[in-house]
Design a protein around this ligand. Structure first.
Ligand SMILES: Cc1cc2nc3c(=O)[nH]c(=O)nc-3n(C[C@H](O)[C@H](O)[C@H](O)COP(=O)(O)OP(=O)(O)OC[C@H]3O[C@@H](n4cnc5c(N)ncnc54)[C@H](O)[C@@H]3O)c2cc1C
Length: 161
């Protein structure tokens, strides 16, 4: 069995409300329509799809300014949901949990120092996770030749100039 993902980006959709369900089953034809004209290897894999595919609307948390308050904090996608282009969402969630766990069992962490502990967690994790969000976004733009440097051209078009 091969499990694979395809992406279909709507650049103008960024920052706009998403009206539909975030995860839905769809007939495979709904996915295939976006890959007409792609090379035979891709077509072969796409034709092997099950009749029904799973579609995700991928949402990004953006750069939130803080991750918690007092005794409450958030981890994982709740803090830094990102696009998939550097395959880092789960890893970032695990780094959050690992650091939070270490901090919470630290000898200096007491009930009344928990807010300070949470602040250390936020200081160490939030900016880093936001940087990974930005890297994932930039990588996605490059994969799809949507980066500003391409100005709507594929690299081979640019060579011809
Ligand atoms: C198509 C796709 C491919 C991906 N590929 C990769 C990859 O290759 N590598 C990678 O590192 N990351 C990947 N990710 C990202 C990764 O899946 C997420 O970053 C990761 O799952 C985040 O973990 P989380 O625990 O923060 O959130 P989640 O995995 O979303 O877990 C949150 C849980 O909370 C539950 N929940 C929500 N609301 C409530 C409620 N009110 N009460 C109780 N439970 C609730 C949800 O059902 C869910 O089980 C991918 C994501 C997608 C969509």
């Amino acid at each position: 069995m091969i499990n694979f993902l395809t992406f279909y980006t709507v650049p103008d959709g960024e920052g706009m409300p998403f009206p539909g369900k975030w995860v839905k089953d769809a007939p495979k034809e709904e996915a295939l329509v976006h890959y007409v004209g792609w090379e035979p290897d891709v077509q072969e894999i796409l034709q092997a799809l099950e009749p029904t595919v799973l579609c995700w609307a991928v949402h990004v948390m953006g750069s939130i300014p803080f991750a918690g308050h007092e005794h409450v904090t958030i981890i994982g996608d709740a803090m830094h949901a990102m696009t998939l282009h550097v395959s880092a969402g789960t890893g970032q969630a695990m780094e959050d949990a690992c650091m939070l766990g270490h901090l919470l069992v630290h000898d200096l962490t007491m009930r009344d120092t928990v807010p300070a502990t949470m602040q250390i967690y936020e200081d160490r994790r939030l900016a880093f996770a936001n940087a990974v969000i930005a890297a994932a976004c930039k990588t996605g733009l490059m994969y799809e030749f949507n980066g500003p440097e391409y100005n709507g051209m594929l690299p081979m078009d640019a060579d011809a100039l």
